[in-house]
Design a protein around this ligand. Structure first.
Ligand SMILES: *Cc1c(COP(=O)(O)O)cnc(C)c1O
Length: 488
């Protein structure tokens, strides 16, 4: 085992920077437009500006707003600017967090604690949400001891509000909807869900982590979508990620509540620690000043005008993709055109989505495969504009190739994804993925495990599932890979 250790003597900074850059050569190429997720790239100039803004406050700690009045001000203004954009009432309040997941964790925790006060007889609190809500809600329920009741959606990913209402029980403490949901990019019917929430006296959290800083501009451009922000009376809180379409540095999101009656349940206070009285607004203890300052800087430098410009370009990318894909025989765009997410699936038995995906990967595209049904997901940005025509041409070729070679569905990655999406024994997948995680974080591990060297997978169904799970996990974590890095 070669385990890393701190060098005995510190090495020259310049050498290290060169070495560090070399570690990135295998990372996904997010500047060239061939990656459709994970990075929201607004260009080199914007990046250089963010770097400077981040560095000014990189050492700052927003855990103590008294000591860092600067950071308190940045955070307050970021929350206020977001609340204004989302048509929040004068009473709107909130905090910044490290990302969408933390914003969601905080909202779930706040409503759980609020419910404990209001409805102390509920011992097993429950959240009702469409099946398409982000897994951060499963995670929040897992962490905080709630149950997530999931309501099915139709073939376009749209939930029936009446089914949401029927799922409400005496244990329900929160309704959740998304604007838009990630898988198909549709905005849930929030006016109807909001009316149910108001009538039942339940809070409603809208997850706009993806769309928070995109949909307001699309709406102004005339894109048709349900109203989803604080204009819907039943909406009590919204999460919106600055590090997605806000074009901030990573580690920045906002959670905004209609008023302090909800936010106060997010705070944590401890008074008996020998170290003194400790109060913290969110999950984090030390809160990184750089991310907060860079988020403020991003909103200010972009302004409504540049957000609008980017939204128009990103929408154009999405519309060109939708038109091109819908014109292809055997494929269909899922959902409704309400956001900058494009999801396509197959309409022809002979065209296996995962086999087409394999073809796209071999042509150098980064592909996000989905399930239920098999589909491919694309997040559109202005930075993808130049790649659209090539993508459509490559996709067309890939479809034709798979049509001519249906056996490809049973080969390579497609076979594994195919089995995975049909597998009746899903209970076996999670333990297999956990096993891969243990390998990735094992003593001495540098990144993605080399599974070819690991112990042979067990025979039979479990072995198959394990292989699939391992493969999926490897892809999800490809960005972490350090496999080709040569250490000096
Ligand atoms: C990205 C996203 C999240 C989670 O945000 P992270 O910043 O990845 O933690 C939650 N909901 C939706 C709809 C998202 O797109």
């Amino acid at each position: 085992m070669t385990r890393a250790a701190i060098p005995e003597k510190g090495r020259p900074a310049e050498d290290l920077l060169t070495e560090m850059e070399s570690y990135g050569v295998d990372d996904v190429d997010f500047k060239g437009g061939r990656t459709w997720s994970m990075v929201y790239w607004a260009g080199d100039d914007h990046h250089a500006f963010l770097e400077k803004a981040h560095n000014l406050y990189m050492a700052g700690n927003a855990l103590n707003p008294m000591a860092f009045k600067s950071l308190k001000r940045f955070e307050a203004e970021v929350v206020q600017m977001t609340a204004s954009m989302l048509h929040g009432p004068e009473s709107a309040v909130g905090t910044m967090t490290s990302g969408g997941t933390e914003s969601i964790l905080m909202a779930v925790k706040a409503y759980r604690d609020e419910a404990r006060r209001k409805w102390p007889w509920i011992v097993r609190p429950q959240i009702v949400a469409p099946v398409t809500v982000h897994p951060a809600f499963d995670k929040a329920c897992h962490y905080f001891g709630l149950q997530l009741k999931k309501v099915p959606v139709d073939a376009d990913g749209i939930v029936d509000p009446r089914a949401m209402e029927r799922a409400i029980s005496r244990r329900t403490v929160l309704l959740v909807a998304s604007a838009p949901q990630y898988a198909h990019g549709v905005v849930d019917p929030i006016p109807e869900i909001g009316a149910i929430a108001a009538r039942r006296g339940l809070p409603l959290h809208v997850d706009a982590c993806f769309g928070g800083f995109m949909l307001p501009w699309l709406e102004r451009l005339g894109v048709q979508m349900p109203t989803w922000d604080f204009r819907v009376q039943g909406v009590t809180s919204i999460s919106a990620d600055l590090h997605k379409y806000g074009f901030a540095a990573k580690g920045a999101s906002v959670v905004v509540y209609r008023d302090m009656d909800h936010l106060r349940h997010q705070f944590y206070v401890s008074v008996d620690w020998p170290g003194g009285i400790y109060a913290s607004p969110s999950m984090a203890g030390t809160r990184p000043g750089g991310a907060i300052a860079a988020a403020w800087a991003a909103l200010m430098v972009m302004g409504e005008d540049r957000y609008m410009e980017h939204a128009e370009a990103a929408w154009d990318v999405a519309e060109r993709l939708r038109a091109g894909i819908d014109a292809m025989e055997g494929l269909r765009v899922m959902g409704r055109p309400m956001s900058t997410i494009v999801t396509w699936t197959s309409t022809e038995a002979g065209i296996d989505v995962y086999a087409v995906a394999d073809q796209l990967v071999s042509k150098g595209w980064s592909v996000d495969r989905q399930q239920k049904p098999p589909s491919v997901h694309l997040t559109c940005n202005a930075s993808n504009a130049e790649a659209v025509d090539t993508y459509l041409a490559d996709l067309k070729e890939a479809v034709a190739h798979v049509r001519a070679h249906p056996e490809l569905a049973d080969e390579g990655e497609a076979a594994m994804y195919g089995l995975m999406s049909k597998i009746p024994i899903k209970g076996l997948v999670a333990p297999a993925v956990r096993q891969v995680m243990e390998q990735m974080y094992a003593p001495g591990a540098l990144g993605t495990p080399d599974l070819s060297e690991g112990p042979a997978a067990p025979e039979g169904a479990l072995g198959k599932v394990q292989k699939i799970a391992e493969d999926l996990f490897r892809r999800w974590n490809r960005a972490r890979s350090t496999s080709k890095v040569v250490r000096p």
